[in-house]
Design a protein around this ligand. Structure first.
Ligand code: LLP
Length: 427
């Protein structure tokens, strides 16, 4: 079942009317579908079933406790990049033993917190970090499980801000360096190298980069084992792309087919760190049209959601489908093809109230004429949406709703103005 679909002229999330939720809870409003979250998790579990994968949902994509709880309850592990994300996983009842700790800049207190919690392994990104983990673990009389994050030096063909697996990236270790560092790990009794990690980028829509990366990984694992390291985990990272416009990304099964043969040759257990592919199409952002205006030949739809609520278009010029929650007579549900002309529409810039020209959700987007008060749905907003939100222009952050069938509950209440100044002291 599609989680978000039109019934007649009305957009629904599962069994709940989006317009009614907006009426009740106000806008901007994030709405998530539990069926979509669980459905994508299950699609991954099924695609990799033959190797009994550990899906470590990448918390950075959407860290709402309600979302984490649903995923944890359905067997997901987690990928965290900070003590804060680990705290969230634990708050949501997630299992630290199924959690990997990644990130280029782990502090000593965060390392200690993760050892204490009993994370499955640390993804190590530099020699200096390796030393810190060894020192902290030794001080706690513990042995920390680690995986080196290796840069396979493949081009993931994605936005330059979300490419990570190339040699010149700030992430991970190039293969030669990884091998050199692996030698030193043998002399550090507070570390045990049980895995190898790769993450090549995000919103990757083709399978070739993964196939290339795995080929390099297979070879590297053999060399690490030859040094005596008990490599039992191959962590393939995240990055599996989703459909923002149409069917631009491959189904998860095709990624699995590219990864599995190499993985099986290593005899390792597979971990993956998907974020976007689980949460992205499980969420929408609902906004209300405040004003329409024309400037020269340009038409602007000024809505109450802005770059502080969803920064992706401003930061990456990313595309999100936008369509009215109540479809005006004669128009279809959101068009499958945005490049084609759509009768009854005209080009609009969809912008927010923030004082920056970068505050837009879409430029020259085909939309029907809409009046003040109309509701708009920005689709594919479940990943890297709310948790990249800020309070810029002193705008309280949106509320978040989780829908399960015919039931909807608030999983984060709307911020108040008092919330916004609560930390400011010393007047
Ligand atoms: N593992 C690691 C080590 C990562 O750095 C990331 C994402 C993931 C897993 C999850 O990647 P995913 O499966 O979600 O693609 N804010 C950007 C995306 C940044 C991704 C950062 N790392 C956006 O809105 O497109």
């Amino acid at each position: 079942m599609e989680a978000f679909q039109y019934r007649g002229d009305q957009l629904y999330c599962e069994g709940v009317s989006v317009a009614e939720l907006a009426e009740k809870h106000g806008t901007p409003l994030y709405i998530y579908s539990q069926a979509a979250l669980v459905g994508s998790l299950k699609a991954l579990q099924d695609a990799y079933a033959e190797v009994d994968p550990l899906i470590c949902y990448s918390v950075k994509a959407n860290s709402n406790l309600g979302v984490l709880k649903v995923l944890g309850d359905h067997g997901s592990g987690f990928d965290v990049v900070s003590g804060g994300e680990l705290f969230r996983v634990q708050k949501a009842g997630g299992d630290p033993g199924k959690t990997v700790f990644a990130g280029v800049g782990k502090s000593d207190p965060e390392i200690a917190q993760a050892i204490e919690a009993g994370v499955l392994m640390f993804n190590v990104e530099s020699e200096a970090e390796l030393e810190s983990i060894a020192r902290v673990a030794s001080g706690m009389n513990r042995v920390a499980p680690i995986a080196l994050r290796v840069n396979p030096d493949v081009d993931p063909k994605t936005h330059r801000y979300t490419a990570t697996g190339q040699k010149e990236s700030k992430f991970g270790l190039d293969i030669e360096r990884a091998l050199r560092i692996a030698e030193t790990v043998k002399d550090l009794p507070s570390l045990t190298m049980i895995g190898m990690h790769m993450h090549i980028g995000s919103q990757i829509t083709t399978v070739e980069p993964y196939a290339k990366a795995v080929a390099k990984g297979v070879d590297l694992i053999a060399r690490l084992r030859a040094m005596g390291h008990p490599i039992a985990w191959y962590n393939m990272g995240g990055g599996y792309g989703i459909a923002y416009r149409g069917p631009e990304a491959k189904p998860v099964k095709e990624f699995a087919d590219a990864i599995l043969p190499g993985l099986k040759a290593t005899g390792c257990r597979l971990a993956i760190e998907p974020g976007r592919v689980i949460a992205g199409n499980a969420g929408i952002l609902v906004s209300r049209v405040l004003y329409t205006k024309q400037s020269g030949d340009k038409r602007f739809l000024i809505q109450d959601a802005a770059m502080n609520d969803l920064i992706r278009p401003a930061l990456y010029e990313s595309f999100h489908r936008i369509w009215p929650v109540t479809v005006p007579p004669g128009l279809p549900a959101p068009p499958a093809d945005y490049e084609a002309a759509i009768d009854g529409t005209e080009p609009w810039d969809v912008v927010g109230p923030i004082c920056e020209s970068g505050d837009f959700f879409a430029k020259d987007r085909a939309l029907p004429p809409l009046d003040k008060g109309a509701l708009l749905a920005t689709l594919s907003a479940g990943a890297y949406g709310m948790l990249m939100a800020s309070t810029y222009n002193t705008r309280p952050r949106a509320a978040e709703i989780l829908v399960d069938g015919d039931a909807a509950r608030v999983v984060r209440r709307r911020e108040t103005l008092d919330d916004l100044v609560a930390q400011e002291i010393g007047l």
